[in-house]
Design a protein around this ligand. Structure first.
Ligand code: HEM
Length: 512
């Protein structure tokens, strides 16, 4: 059953992907389009059948979502001042900025220069996300392509594969997601929130609502005169005399990530000396969960689990939540290594390190008089860096037994990583650059994310291909010589507009 939603949230205007993962729509394809005829493209977008977040019951056979890149807005004739009203990282884009590429770890074989799409002239204008229940995708895709053909050319069709919730390395994925405060009950800017909570303000994921700082993320707001004829846009909550083009929209980051499944398991097998149990242990340490999705730190269930979303059935029949844990009981990383993928991706600390309740304690920690607070500063603000993940796998799944044998030539498998957030810089870019690609994390130095790292040596020539596993009774155990397991082969930043905003963009007088 869906969680209750506050009356002030316009579900019918929000694209469905924000609220639903479309998990029952096991078939999906991502169509990357470029405008070929501006007026025809606008005409199609003005009435394209976009699915809203209003309901998923009963599940429709098909659903479509539309997102636009910043070159896409320009190609559609959107006025310059409106384009410039979006965030600067969206405007400059993912794949055409050397400094951004360096910060995000898009270097070496990850460099945009090698991408199949998303850099140079290969930046899509529009992303169409198509979802379907089994057996319905092919016809739906044909229908959509025929309907938009006058306005758009198909730059690439990125199919996906239903791997039943298991990503290509073999781990259950999509367990941990932030919970959106659809009821708008969470007090924004909650200074006393010192313990980890999974509930996040709507404004972290949707523009036009208060975010975790209690403010409204910058977005294009317009003189209502510019929308006077059709009056499509809602008024801004924080500036009621302005029309809010961002309201109910989000930013969408898409990255095509090729996974070397053979390289992953063969490397771990060598490190484990061929011992299957040790190989499994090392793999879980890199990810921070077992392949079945069990966290490596205590989460309240000891029995073997049958997985179902983030809830799981313990052998005794009790339902446990595989997402109900934090790392407070494992500060040294003895159970879950500090640098494990899920620990880097979401260190699960509160806004501030734990302390006594009350104003004095809060002031002490906020003003930096608390030595522990300073020591933890690098990972102290988890709630400002959450990502709503909506990715899908692609390619042919590889069984573990196959992965341990030679790789067939030309087979490609991986993840279409997709995440949503109201602030690309503070959410995706921060997580990717500081926590994933960054060589300093918690007390670790000289190593990056074990799944995503490029292993490029530092400018001083120091290797970055190690993975530390802290031990209770001695120095860290270290996995050395990790190869690169994941390669970026494409990507772009998009704006996922509210449905009224999409209609506005498609119908407002175009720039001549
Ligand atoms: C091919 C690349 C990737 C693989 C194989 C992968 C795999 C996984 C797996 C197995 C999980 C655990 C399941 C879960 O907690 O839902 C996970 C969690 C997560 N990943 Fe990734 N991931 C990849 C790329 C990325 C990227 C690029 C980012 C962000 C920049 C990212 C961010 C996250 C986050 C935020 C979580 C949830 C952590 C938590 O809340 O505990 N992942 N990933």
């Amino acid at each position: 059953m869906s969680a209750p939603v506050a009356a002030s949230v316009e579900l019918g205007d929000i694209q469905g992907i924000v609220r639903f993962g479309y998990k029952r729509h096991t078939q999906a394809a991502f169509l990357l389009l470029r405008v070929r005829d501006r007026d025809a493209a606008r005409a199609w977008l003005a009435s394209a059948p976009v699915s809203s977040a209003a309901t998923i019951e009963p599940p429709p056979d098909t659903a479509m979502q539309v997102a636009l890149s910043s070159p896409g807005l320009v190609a559609l004739g959107v006025a310059d001042d409106i384009v410039q009203g979006f965030s600067s990282e969206f405007v400059s884009g993912l794949g055409n900025d050397a400094s951004r590429a360096r910060r995000l770890g898009d270097v070496g074989t990850n460099a945009p220069l090698h991408w199949q799409w998303g850099s140079g002239e290969r930046v899509p204008h529009v992303l169409l996300m198509l979802y379907a229940v089994p057996g319905r995708l092919a016809a739906f895709q044909r229908e959509v392509l025929a309907a938009c053909a006058a306005g758009f050319e198909l730059m690439a069709n990125l199919p996906s594969t239903d791997m039943h919730g298991i990503e290509p390395f073999g781990f259950v994925d999509g367990i941990s997601q932030p919970q959106l405060d659809w009821q708008r009950q969470r007090p924004a800017r909650d200074a006393e929130q010192t313990t980890y909570t999974n509930l996040g303000c709507l404004g972290e994921y949707l523009l036009g609502y208060p975010n975790e700082y209690g403010g409204y993320t910058d977005r294009p707001v317009l003189d209502p005169q510019r929308d006077a004829q059709a009056a499509l846009l809602p008024r801004a909550e924080d500036a009621p005399d302005q029309a809010d083009l961002g309201r109910n929209g989000s930013y969408l980051v898409m990255r095509q990530l090729r996974q070397d499944v053979h390289g992953f398991w063969q490397h771990l097998d060598r490190q484990a000396g061929g011992d299957p149990a040790l190989r499994e242990h090392l793999a879980a340490a890199l990810v921070g969960r077992t392949r079945k999705g069990e966290p490596l730190v205590h989460y309240g269930a000891a029995a073997p689990l049958v997985h179902n979303g983030s809830a799981a059935m313990a052998a005794g029949g009790a339902v446990v939540d595989l997402n109900d844990f934090d790392y407070a009981g494992d500060p040294r990383g003895l159970r879950c290594p500090l640098g494990a993928h899920v620990r880097r991706a979401n260190p699960r600390n509160a806004d501030l390190p734990p302390g006594e309740p009350g104003l004095w304690s809060w002031l002490k920690r906020t003003l930096g008089f608390d030595a522990d607070a300073l020591a933890h500063d690098r990972i102290a603000s988890t709630r400002f860096h959450r990502l709503l993940r909506r990715g899908r796998e692609y390619g042919a799944p590889v069984m573990l037994s196959q992965a341990l044998e030679a790789a067939p030539a030309a087979a490609e498998v991986g993840l279409h990583f997709i995440c949503l957030g109201a602030n690309i810089a503070r959410q995706f870019e921060f997580v990717q650059s500081a926590w994933m690609a960054g060589l300093h994390f918690d007390r670790l130095s000289g190593e990056s994310d074990p799944l995503l790292g490029t292993r490029e040596p530092t400018p001083e020539g120091r290797p970055t291909n190690e993975f530390s596993m802290p031990q209770a009774d001695g120095p860290d155990q270290c996995l050395a010589g990790l190869p690169q397991f994941v390669t970026v082969t494409g990507g772009a930043y998009f704006f996922l507009p509210g449905i009224c905003a999409l209609r506005y963009l498609a119908t407002a007088p175009p720039k001549e």
